[in-house]
Design a protein around this ligand. Sequence first.
Ligand code: HMG
Ligand code: MG
Length: 306
Amino acid sequence: MTALAGLPSRVTVYEVGPRDGLQNEKAIIPVEVKAEFIRQLLAAGHRAVETTSFVSPKWVPQLADNAELLALLGEQPEGVRMPVLVPNEKGLEGALMAGVQEVAVFGSATETFAQKNLNRSVAESLEMFRPVVDRARSEGLMVRGYLSMCFGDPWEGSVDPHVVAGHARTLFDMGITELSLGDTIGVATPGQVVALLGSLGQQGISVDQLAVHFHDTYGQALSNTLIALQHGITVVDASAGGLGGCPYAKSATGNLATEDLLWQLHGLGIETGVDLDSLVRTSLWMAEQLGRPAPSRAVTALSKKD
Ligand code: HMG
Ligand code: MG
């Protein structure tokens, strides 16, 4: 283990496998398997696990068992974040009934993806979130925001960081408590990450309000993460085994694998509280459930180590 100057001593790994990973599976995973997956993630030491989405079951049938899943999981452990995605008031209603303490609204930086993912323009989707954020905050919930396609979009090409920062400002003005910057199709390179953090800074948004959410399509997720950490980010989204994608962006592949991230962070002496070996066992177990190997390099390496 060798530390590098200018990095945080601790990073919160925000695990999105059960949501971003399983929303993209062709087969419907039994709800008991999802619950066991989440239990194992918590047992490995995760303190932030995005469990599911309260979206239209017509749009994402894979997560239609949201309420049943949360009921199976029972009371949320103390000090653990277990957010769910909600796009609208109907979703928030379901999430509140299920007793969640944090929700996430998910906007798009680009018009084409807003239409494909939310069936409305960027401005209309932000307006759809306003009453959701209002009510969630007044009920005492934390509200994460996402912006997708922050760096590049399969239909529109490269994305202007000033445009992203403008939408980010709108979301913070509504009352979100954290914003995750989504590289939905994994095209970003480190210079773009620095440029976006700079544009967000110009909008008065500081790194301690931000998280990064990299998909690993072009193998850039870890480089992008390291540069983000060097610029003060301390919340990093990742998915156990590298599962993931988005049903409404075919070019989205898996998220940054949590195991690959832990290998880097722990190698740099950065604490996460998550046990890598337990997580590898979980991802191997999940790969058996899904009937194919986990895309994570670290899972592959560590499962063959002897
Ligand atoms: P719409 O068709 O415009 O909505 O979709 P609608 O209001 O006309 O409703 C259509 C039907 O869905 C109605 O049912 C509603 O009741 C129902 P019907 O009357 O036809 O029987 N409905 C709902 N049911 C349950 N829960 C709800 C809900 N809302 C409506 N919350 C809508 C608009 C936003 C609903 C739709 O576009 C949608 O659900 N989109 C979600 C897409 C999604 O989940 N994408 C993946 C997550 S985003 C992502 O992965 C990116 C991220 O990882 C970051 C990154 O990588 O960049 C976060
Ligand atoms: Mg994603």
